[in-house]
Design a binder for this molecule. Sequence first.
Ligand code: 13P
Length: 251
Amino acid sequence: MRKPFIAGNWKMNLDSSGAVQLAAEIVKHSSAFQGIDIAICPPAVYLLAVGGELENSAVALGAQNMYFEPSGAFTGEISGPMLRDVGCRYVILGHSERRHILGETDAEINRKIDAALAVDLNPILCVGELLEEREAGETEAVVEKQLSGSLQGISASQMSSVTIAYEPVWAIGTGKVATPEQAQEVHADLRRMIRDCYNAETADAVRIQYGGSVKPSNAANLLSQSDVDGALVGGASLNIEDFLGILAEAT
Ligand code: 13P
C-alpha cells in the first residue's frame, strides 16, 4: 500500500519568525499523525531556520523550486546540492505558478528533476490543466504532455523517488476544489500513463497527491479515492488548525 503523503507549500508567505513558529507548532503535534509522510516547503530564505525546528522530528523539509545546474554563475538561482546542504529531502518542481507566471517549460522541469534525483532530492512533480483546457475536454492530453515532457529519460528505478501532484490550475487558491470524482479520474489516468511508460510495479508504487483548495472539510473525501495518495496544500498549510486538520484526515 502507498503511504499517504501530505506536504505544505507555503509559497511566498510568512516572515522568519512566523515560519519558525508555524514549523515548531507542526512538529509539536506531529507525533499524533502516524503512518503518513509529512513535509513542509517554506520560502528558500527560511529553509535553514525552519529546518532547525524540524531536526529529530518526522516532518521533512522541502523546497519550492531549484535550478538544474549544481553551481556557477547563475545569479539568483539555488541548486540541488545547496538544498541538500540545508537539509531538504523534497523539492516541488513544475508548480503551475512557475509554469504559468514564470514561464517554466517541461524541458526545464525535466532538467530540474534529473538534477534533483542526482543529489538524492525527492521531486514533487506538479501537473494540471487550466480551466479552459478542462472545458475544452483537454485535461488528459494536457497532463500527459506535462508528465511525459517532465519525465523524459527518468528511469523506472528513479521513479521510486518521485511524487506526482495533480493540481488543476482552476482549483489553486480559488476555493473551487475538484470533486473527489474529478480528482480520481485524473489520478487514475496519470497512474495508467506511468504504467504505459514504465511498468505496473512503478505505477502501483508512485504516490499521486491532489492539490487545489484542500481544507480539513474536503480532505477526507478526496483522500478516500483509491488513486489519491495525499495532498499538496497551499493556503490551508499556513494555518496551524487547518494543516493539523488535514493531517488528521490523512491518518
Ligand atoms: P491552495 O491549497 O492554496 O489552493 O494551493 C494549492 C497549491 O498550489 C499547492 O501547491
